[in-house]
Design a protein around this ligand. Structure first.
Ligand code: TZP
Ligand code: MG
Length: 213
């Protein structure tokens, strides 16, 4: 069954959290009403990643949210996450799915229309496209795709479409209007001095979509 993806997809990346721990950030996000959380840590060793992912997983589970681990299907499985998010340099979707097991979410990043087509033909539960806008959160980020890239991606897939990269309270709505089902946000959310307030602003900005009449 196709999944219904929340409009706001929060990504916790320790390097963007202003010194707050992933667990602390997860707790604030969940208390603020965010239901979908990914944990990403490009700097940790496998053991460190596993340990912090396990803590965040428990917190998200207790709040009945959905927890996705970035990059590592093995860690997603080990901590009982709800799914894994893979990029172009990670395991292919089908291999990641084999590891996380049936009934789990597998999301896939794409940065070009060709990658989007491949992701669309895979068993990915959702596909992500970006960076939509310039971002400082990803090292060696691919070229910006803009809102035009989101529109083009929308034409290529009927899977839930997640847009990522440089998304803020100010532009999030335009990204959904361009065809994304959900916006994935790191710094726009977790670098805020008051994450709870920022989450509230995002949720408010994303509730009512403009109708294309
Ligand atoms: N993939 C494409 S852009 C990006 C990733 C992981 C980083 C998004 O971070 P931010 O801070 O929301 O721009
Ligand atoms: Mg990756």
């Amino acid at each position: 069954m196709p999944l219904v993806i929340p409009r706001l997809y929060a990504i916790i990346d320790r390097t963007q959290a202003g010194g707050r721990s992933p667990l602390e950030v997860a707790d604030i996000l969940l208390r603020s009403g965010i239901r979908l959380i990914q944990f990403r840590d490009k700097q940790a060793s496998a053991g460190e990643f596993l340990a912090s992912a396990a803590r965040v997983a428990e917190c998200v589970r207790a709040a009945e949210g959905v927890f996705i681990v970035n990059d590592r299907a093995d860690i997603a499985r080990a901590v009982g996450a709800d799914g894994v998010h893979v990029g172009q340099e990670d395991l292919p979707v089908e291999a990641a799915r084999h590891i996380v097991g049936p009934g789990k979410w597998v999301g896939c990043s794409s940065h070009t229309l060709e990658q989007m087509q491949t992701a669309d033909l895979s068993s990915a539960d959702y596909v992500a496209c970006g960076p939509v806008f310039p971002t400082a959160s990803k090292v060696n980020a691919d070229p910006v795709v803009g809102l035009a890239g989101v529109r083009a991606a929308r034409r290529l897939t009927r899977k839930p479409l997640v847009a990522i990269g440089g998304i803020t309270v100010g532009n999030a709505r335009a990204v959904l209007d361009a065809g994304a089902d959900s916006v994935a946000v790191i710094s726009g959310l977790i670098s805020a001095p008051d994450i709870a307030r920022r989450a509230e602003e995002f949720l408010k900005a994303l509730v009512n979509l403009s109708l294309d009449l």
